[in-house]
Design a binder for this molecule. Structure first.
Ligand code: SF4
Length: 668
């Protein structure tokens, strides 16, 4: 019997209109867990590097996490994986909400889409009955509107619908997939969905899933719920309010935006407004938030209520997602009211709230500097807010200059030329980042930006505080109940971290410590992405309820897999390395691994090179960031090194390692 997972995937070929229910191999779950782990294995096996993002051979995989649908609080993520049109690398964006548990209850772990439909269609998964249905009447409709129309049409108000808006239909490189109260936004996965002619996937499931040891799992869940309560009553001292609690980093309950508005950059990631947050602004923003916010909402099986429905006069009600609250506001140098109004339209269009405002701010900077002219922007309003709405409409329709901007700042700059490349400065691996402009290089963040393949800093950071606390007493107090550390040494690293002097950035944490901290933070995110856990309860906040010590128990009692910390860490390392292998095979190398150009004022080239060198060694990668034959063997990934040797990616003969691999041990 299969526990926690259903043991079946749906394979949909949109070119042929074929639907298959395919049993999966439980040994793959042992090795790669589920969610991101098994998605990556499928992409490695079935999407060779010659396949372009908009090829019918590219796969678009919607996956539940291994523990989605169990009683584990907050375990509701849908992991969508494909090859990104923006980065040309693997994209693996996540969404919360309700969709993944519903798919499990319908009897499937994944929906794997291949091919392209000649006409716009949507998929209707109703337990065992699966249909490809005409969606021509939904063409051009907003993502949220589409979900409503589909549930009405199906007479299934409880169906969960993931849909694209106009941006996805028009293959905008930063198009998202929206799902009522959440979205999978990074990497242009909505564009791949649009390219496949797939407007939406509606799902309704009423089956049960099996749990290996239900009483044990319930006990663990109750511990987590109790801990969430304790953390709510005891916010972490000495950090901005936004970092003091659990859940989404941009809770809709938080009025105090001093930290974001003064530390993050405005416009095209250029300016910091250090004196922006005044009493007057705080009062105005509080009023805006209180007036607009209708009610708080949570994702499936979570008490946190991070999101909120927003109701602004003249604008349909919608759900505000995370940091979207500020991205448009700050890019347009405007205020929160404007942010609320434009975010509704952007959500219906289905676009990524990091990339879209930055692409528009980039265009306006080009215009101000004469690189784009009135001829490129005919009829553009004169005010900043009007310009943002005007640009948004053109981008999602790919009209005029919008057709160029719809490819994101990196590709748009290449197309525009005339020095536009210098204005596309806030990217890593061709993808827009959070707008930040800081002083001194931070070694931990440097490595995370360079080597992160989720292409989003918030999807790798967490666990270790972002900055030292001012006094040793405060740091000692912080580490007292820091049960989440995988090793006691991290406590000492933090206690010794000073704001100034020898033990301060950029040379402290030391290179060795930095490698360990980054590896820990990254590992937790990768575990979440395989299990389907919300990062807001695990890898992102300080002192979360889920951690390396209790996760193995959840997996053992829920999925019936004999798990311990070492084995879990090794599994995460295995599929994390496989993600890198997919990208290496697609041409990613050391030269791609750098932070946004303008991110830190003070840079340290020698230290940066040393950090990359040592981290690569730490991870078992060679000087180019390519996993070595030895490290691949150790992880049971010999098939990767064979492929690398055939393609000439690895050429050196490192000999045949004699050690038994972790994969071999697990098979015994
Ligand atoms: S913590 Fe917030 S974002 Fe995460 S599952 Fe709960 S409600 Fe959703």
């Amino acid at each position: 019997m299969r526990y926690a997972e259903t043991g079946f995937n749906l394979e949909i070929d949109l070119s042929r209109g074929n639907i298959e229910r395919v049993e999966t191999d439980p040994r793959e779950t042992e090795l790669y867990l589920g969610g991101l782990g098994t998605n990556t294995k499928i992409l490695w096996d079935r999407v060779p590097p010659e396949v372009e993002p908009f090829s019918s051979d590219n796969l678009l995989i919607f996956s539940t996490g291994l523990l989605c649908g169990t009683s584990a609080p907050g375990c509701n993520r849908t992991i969508v994986s494909t090859i990104s049109p923006q980065t040309l690398l693997m994209a693996y964006s996540m969404m919360g909400g309700f969709w993944a548990p519903e798919l499990k209850y319908a009897g499937y772990d994944k929906v794997i889409i291949r091919g392209k439909s000649p006409n716009l269609v949507y998929l209707w998964i109703n337990n065992d009955k699966v249909e490809i249905r005409d969606a021509s009447h939904l063409q051009g409709k907003g993502a949220i509107e589409t979900a409503e129309l589909i549930t009405q049409e199906l007479k299934e108000p409880k169906a969960q619908v993931s849909a694209i808006g106009l941006a996805g239909e028009n293959r905008v490189y930063f198009a998202s997939i929206e799902q009522g109260r959440s979205s999978a936004s990074r990497g242009g996965i909505g564009a791949v969905m649009g390219d496949k002619g797939l407007k939406a996937i509606a799902v309704r499931g009423t089956k049960d899933i099996n749990i290996a040891r239900p009483a044990e799992l319930m006990e663990l869940c109750n511990e987590v719920l109790k801990y969430i309560q304790v953390r709510a009553e005891n916010p972490i001292k000495g950090v901005p309010p936004i970092l003091a609690g659990l859940g989404s980093p941009q809770e809709m309950a938080v009025h105090d935006e001093e930290w974001h508005t003064t530390n993050f950059a405005w416009g095209n990631a250029r300016y910091r407004k250090k004196d922006y947050w005044t009493e007057e602004v705080a009062k105005k923003w509080t009023e805006s938030l209180e007036n607009a916010r209708e009610r708080f909402v949570s994702c499936y099986n979570c008490p946190m209520k991070c999101g909120a429905t927003i109701n602004v006069p003249g604008v349909p009600t919608y759900m505000m997602k995370c940091y979207s609250k500020l991205t448009y506001t700050m890019a347009a140098m405007s205020d929160l009211d404007f942010g609320f109004r434009i975010a509704q339209r952007a959500t219906e269009y289905g676009v990524d709230a990091f990339s879209t405002p930055q692409t528009m701010a980039f265009a306006l900077e080009l215009y101000e500097n004469g690189i784009l002219t009135d001829q490129d922007m005919p009829g553009m309003p004169s005010d900043s807010e009007g310009r943002f709405f005007w640009l948004l409409d053109r981008i999602v329709r790919r009209e005029g200059i919008g057709d160029v901007l719809a490819n994101g700042t990196y590709w748009a700059a290449q197309q525009i030329g005339k020095g536009a490349e210098a204005y596309a400065h806030n990217n890593i691996k061709k993808h827009e980042q959070l707008p930040l402009k800081l002083g001194m290089l931070n070694p931990v963040y440097f490595l995370m930006y360079c080597t992160g393949e989720k292409i989003n800093i918030t999807q790798i950071e967490g666990q270790f505080p972002q900055a030292p606390f001012p006094t040793r007493e405060q740091r000692e107090a912080f580490v007292k109940d820091w049960i989440q550390v995988p090793d006691e040494k991290f406590k000492q690293y933090f206690v010794d971290w000073e704001l100034r002097g020898e033990n301060s950035i950029p040379y402290y944490p030391t290179v060795e410590m930095t490698c360990e901290i980054v590896d820990w933070q990254e590992r937790m995110h990768y575990i979440d992405d395989a299990l389907g856990m919300c990062a807001g309860l695990s890898s992102f906040p300080l002192k979360p309820p889920y951690h390396i010590h209790n996760y193995p128990k959840f997996i053992s009692s829920g999925a019936g897999i004999d798990m311990d910390e070492a084995k879990l860490s090794q599994a995460a390392k295995r599929y994390r390395t496989l993600v890198r292998a997919v990208n290496i095979r697609r041409g990613m190398r050391r030269s791609d691994e750098k932070p946004p150009e303008d991110h830190w004022k003070k840079r340290f080239p020698e230290l940066e090179a040393q950090l990359l060198d040592e981290y690569y060694k730490f991870k078992g990668w060679n000087h180019q960031g390519i996993p070595t034959k030895e490290s691949l063997h150790e992880l049971g990934l010999d098939y990767v090194s064979e492929d690398f040797l055939q393609r000439g990616i690895l050429t050196d003969d490192e000999g045949i390692p004699s050690k038994e691999t972790s994969a071999e041990k697990e098979k015994k």
